[in-house]
Write a protein that binds this ligand. Structure first.
Ligand code: ADP
Ligand code: MG
Length: 176
């Protein structure tokens, strides 16, 4: 069964993180986001869907705050089984949402999203993605027409990931 293969992999990859200190993960996050901000897809994008990181993800909080001065930065909020992109309009306007993920409190943004920055438990260099197992990004990205960049730590890279027909592939993966 593909779904049990996926859950075994999720557990394995989650374990790898414990070999790194919070400081190391912070430094790695900075290196990843430095590569991202030099990427032509990011430079060209006017409206970017980012995410507000949880403790086990590439740390994005400072990056979101800094770039929100220059680009339209949207963050996902969870409504029922779906992601809706909301405008980031300052850390002070965030509230705790589903799974205790901080999310913007204000309004949905109808701007066309040029680029989505997608977190994941694991990625392959070809852009295959393993998420947390609820399929939020697969559903959201199924009818998304912008570019998709996955970001992760290099210990989250796998040569190959078991994928199903609904798994959405990234255009690129940036890691460090
Ligand atoms: P994740 O991508 O978070 O690792 P999975 O790929 O295992 O999770 O997907 C979790 C569930 O989400 C799947 O069992 C599937 O039923 C559902 N799902 C994914 N994409 C879609 C879609 N486009 N439409 C409806 N359901 C979907
Ligand atoms: Mg998936």
């Amino acid at each position: 069964m593909l779904s049990s293969e996926k859950s075994t992999l999720r557990k394995e990859i989650r374990q790898r993180k414990f070999a790194f200190s919070a400081d190391e993960l912070h430094r790695k996050s900075s290196a990843i986001l430095q590569k991202l901000e030099q990427h032509p897809l990011f430079i060209q994008a006017k409206t970017v869907l980012l995410y507000w990181s949880l403790p086990d993800e590439v740390y994005t909080h400072d990056f979101v705050e800094r770039w929100s001065m220059q680009k339209t930065i949207l963050l996902p909020i969870i409504i029922d089984d779906d992601i809706a992109p909301y405008l980031f309009d300052g850390k002070e306007n965030m509230q705790s949402g589903c799974f205790s993920i901080s999310e913007p409190a204000t309004a949905v943004c109808e701007d066309e999203i040029n680029l989505a920055i997608v977190p994941g438990i694991a990625f392959s260099p070809q852009g295959q993605r393993l998420g947390r197992g609820k399929g939020y990004y697969d559903r959201f990205l199924a009818d998304f027409h912008g570019k998709k960049i996955g970001i992760c730590f290099d210990f989250q890279l796998l040569p190959e990931i078991p994928v199903e027909q609904f798994d959405v592939k990234m255009d690129e993966v940036i890691s460090n």
